[in-house]
Design a protein. Structure first.
Length: 175
C-alpha cells in the first residue's frame, strides 16, 4: 500500500511538472500563473522556514520538559493561556511555524487546551498582522476583534481538549 502511494505521488508530481512545462512552452497563461505563484510562494518559504526550524530545534534542546510542564502543563491555569497567547502573538510565519511549535510543546508536556490556544492565537493575533489591520480598519476594530476572538479561542480549546480526552486521543509519531 505504501509503495502504491509513493507511485501515485510521483505520478502527480510528474503531471504537475509536465503541465508547467507545457504552459511555459505554449504560452498557456493560467498554467504560467500557477507556476509563478508556486515559485513566489516557495521562495518565501525558503526565506523564513529554515530560521524558524532552527529556533524550534534550539527550543527542543535548551528548554527543559519540567519548565514547559510548570508553565504550560495541566496545572498552569490561566497563566498558561496568557503565556501561549503572548508567544503566539510574536510567531512569524503563521501556521507553517505554529504547528511544529505546537508539536514541540506537546512533546514537552504542555496541556492540549494550551496548545490549541497557541494554534488559534497564532492564526488570529500576531502583532504585525494586527498593526497592519489597525492601520486599515482602525484601532477600535482591532481591539474589539481580539477581545472577542481570544476568549472564544480559549473556550473552544478547553472544549476540544475535553472532547479528545473523552475519546482517548493520542498523537502518534509521523514515521
Amino acid at each position: 500500500m505504501k509503495k502504491i502511494k509513493k507511485i501515485l505521488k510521483l505520478i502527480g508530481l510528474g503531471a504537475y511538472v509536465v503541465f508547467l512545462a507545457y504552459s511555459f512552452s505554449c504560452g498557456f497563461e493560467p498554467g504560467k500563473k500557477i507556476g509563478e505563484n508556486f515559485m513566489g510562494f516557495a521562495m518565501i518559504m525558503i526565506k523564513f522556514l529554515p530560521p524558524a526550524f532552527i529556533l524550534i530545534g534550539l527550543f527542543e534542546v535548551w528548554i527543559k520538559r519540567k519548565t514547559v510542564e510548570k508553565y504550560l502543563g495541566t496545572r498552569s491555569g490561566i497563566k498558561g493561556y496568557l503565556l501561549v497567547i503572548m508567544l503566539a502573538s510574536t510567531t512569524v510565519g503563521g501556521l507553517y511555524v505554529a504547528f511544529p511549535v505546537a508539536y514541540s510543546l506537546y512533546n514537552k508536556g504542555a496541556r492540549l487546551a494550551v496548545i490549541f490556544t497557541y494554534i488559534g492565537a497564532s492564526a488570529v493575533c500576531r502583532v504585525p498582522m494586527t498593526i497592519f489591520e489597525a492601520s486599515f480598519l482602525g484601532f477600535k476594530y482591532s481591539v474589539i476583534r481580539i477581545a472577542v476572538s481570544i476568549p472564544l479561542i480559549v473556550i473552544s480549546s478547553i472544549m476540544f481538549e475535553r472532547y479528545l480526552k473523552g475519546h482517548n486521543f493520542v498523537i502518534k509519531s509521523g514515521n
